[in-house]
Design a protein around this ligand. Sequence first.
Ligand code: ADP
Ligand code: ZN
Length: 730
Amino acid sequence: MLPLEALKHYFGYEAFRPGQADIITASLNQQDVLAILPTGGGKSICFQLPALLKTGITLVVSPLIALMLDQVVALQKNGIAATFLNSTLSAAEARGRIAAIMAGEVKLLYVAPERLVSDSFTALLETIHQTVGISSIVVDEAHCVSEWGHDFRPDYRQLSRLRERFPTIPVIALTATATHRVRTDITEQLSLKKPFVHVASFNRPNLYYEVIEKSRGKVSLSELTGYIKETEGSGIIYCMSRKQVEKLASELNENGISALPYHAGLSNETRTDHQTRFIRDDVQIMVATVAFGMGINKPDVRFVIHYDLPQTIEGYYQESGRAGRDGEPARCTLFFSPGDIKQADWFIQNKVHPETNEPLEDEQRIARQQLRQIAAYADSTLCRRTTLLGYFGEVFGGNCGQCDNCRFPKPKQDWTIEAQKFLSCVARTNERFGIRHIVDILRGSTQDKVIKYGHDKLSTFGIGLDKSIKEWQHLARSLVQQNLVNESDDGYGILTLNTLSWAVLRGQHQVWVSMPNQLSKEKVTVEKEPNLGPIHTGLFQSLRTLRKELADDQGIAPYLIFTETSLKEMARYRPCSLASFSRITGVGDKKLEVYGSTFVNRIFSYCKTHGLSEAMPHFIPREAVPEKKAAGERTRNVCKLFQNGLYPQDIAKSLEMKVQRVYEHLADGIEAGQIASIEKLVSSERQTTMLKAFDKHGADRLKPIYEELNEQFSYEELRVVRALWKVKSK
Ligand code: ADP
Ligand code: ZN
């Protein structure tokens, strides 16, 4: 089966998301892969699809039992043989699963890292590899191998031993971590060999970013309940302290909004229970500390609120990123008041060594810089996306149209002269100081540090008295954000000049600064789906209820049956036959079989009561852009050239691919019925010999056949003949 066909057959999707096709092709080519995609980017398909298309079993290393369970159930719902082995299983259960694996009945095996490296388990893997063959080793949440990441797990370090033991099995590492340091670390720790690297953009176009100023330093309860009612759907509210979490959760409940608390002070059972109730839509809101998050696969979180200032921009990006994994519109709101900075600063000051009580200066310094950055984000008048993505080194053009600053721009002023004063002061102090010191000089401060360096003798000393310290700081932040000056990220925040700074100094570049403190009080709402009119909303609700009933019967999360995206499409196009229903996103063959008639009946009767009819378009437009070179297309090209009389070597040259690849495409083409005869490649005698061997050994692995035939037949020949054998034995 071709990847694209498998995508529809198993997962019900019509097209690949950006990057998926290339990653899958690399994996099918036995290459190591490092895939970096943002949350919601669709990482799972990148290894699940190759697992289904390759012979043998794929091993998936995943850090959390909850995550593992979720993925295994989701796969099983799509009719895919997946299972897991971990400490929660009884010995009998584990034995049963191992037997199924050995019988070749399992395509994906999930395991926790701690288990993987034990001697007995490696021995088991050895046997599995010899019996059914391990086609790939997948390391999910691969950033856990890095101490620089936010979720370092010592067990992940042991994975390199696995690599040593099975050096020929390709590895696929996946993560949503955006920092370079972690990426390099992953490649080194897992000894990836010339990996195919895919780094996606970290932009999440469906998220709306906004910062709302707390009135008098507080978020009022009525404001919050208003927000929740207006936004609808599941949401997460992050608070700094456990106390605040508890308080807010009970206040929301008192006001008729169902919410549960989640923090490290609750027992394990309570936490798991609350998480499950959230995931199953039994409760609308999770009020939590940052302890809540990793392993939350819930795709339909419609908003993430930060009640307090997050500690870092990266943290904010990850936490807010838990909204809208399904690609539907979602809202990320940060409540902010300048007082939050003081409070955070106080916490940083109290970072001391637990035994000696000495201040932890390095940690404090870095934490302060991180605080300045997140505070600058909160205070900024620039496009929020530009700031967030800029933090990860990604240049975004601004004007996203999906953040408060782009929708409600603040007035701007020309501050070119001030910027020149500031930058020339940076130059005169030899680019060795941070914002605070430069502002001190401009404002003519007689602080010790200014005197010590003789900076009171500079021509820029005291030339900035016409502006307040706050205004200068605002300008400085704005210069950094607009990339008009560089700031080091080692915690010292040293300013250095770049090409643009010099352009400003030479008068070749004007500097516009947006004015803060006039925060717009206008109400913002996430754009509602324009096509989802009132009647369809009724159908949508009815389908949601149906989904919830089915999920409760089976004790699983509703999104494992159908995602919100699928329900919305059903409500919009109202498919009244199984044939139409099968065209809805997320309806693969298995789900069509299991749920098709139930949902079609519900839609049909709803339509009847409301005088509606089916509204399926000729084709459903997809938001996903099909990859330019979808794997299927390449196969077709190869086959066409072959049919035109070209030999594999010629095809390889003309399409710039390896000869082995050409044979693989030809094999795919044979299976897809695009090539009838391979006489030109393999004589009929040779074909007969190989076909007999496949009759005897089956088609799962080529190696035994290669050996049985005394290495007289190349793998390329075996591959195309195997395809022929498969077609014949269907
Ligand atoms: P990640 O692990 O990168 O956060 P997931 O693999 O959970 O992302 O995918 C996010 C959502 O996108 C899921 O609901 C998934 O089913 C959906 N998805 C993934 N690939 C596609 C695709 N090609 N077309 C449509 N939906 C997709
Ligand atoms: Zn914007």
